[in-house]
Design a protein around this ligand. Sequence first.
Ligand code: SF4
Length: 212
Amino acid sequence: MTENKIHKTYTTISIPPNGMVTAEDLEKIVAIAKKYDVPTMKITGAQRVAFLGMEPGQLSAMKKELNIPDKPPHARNRLHHVQTCPGSIWCKYGQQDSLALADRLRDLELKGPLPYKVKVGISGCRMCCCESWVRDVGLVGNKSGWRLIFGGNAAGKPRIGEIVSEKLSEDEAVALVEKCLNFYIENAKYKTRSARFMERFGIEELKKGVLG
Ligand code: SF4
């Protein structure tokens, strides 16, 4: 351990969703941070706020006040990591409404437990601020609708995802994401990320399973 390392505990909160905050939201976060003397905070890649460097006692009291369970009841048949840009509502380049799509994907109930972590990146235009090509599920908006990409990964063995379909309406995009994830659930071994699954299975097999 280096001299400067602070080995304490932390928690993250994902309120409000989509990383969109008002001045009132920020004031609440600041008030909590001051009340519990939180040493520092981090905006995470999953668009949550992490409270870092806390003593275990402080952390328990804070979680109680925020109604955060000690072990979050993560339903494995739901998506927990949906990262989105502001999209057409808030960004002048946006061509599709990323925020609305993110809310619908977060509500999806899949057929069963996902084999492994699934990260979703939704970008409202081709500038791809949410790095949709290197997410398990990537969505990119353009004038004609949504492009769906599957099987990307930005970790130790990066992989660029492949296009499943294009020119999708919001309803079609939601339905096709659900089909792709259910296909992954039915065919991938436990603890296989979508990138490794796609290397073995191939985009054409996925398309056969989910299109038409
Ligand atoms: S991806 Fe496009 S719409 Fe989304 S924030 Fe970036 S520039 Fe704006």
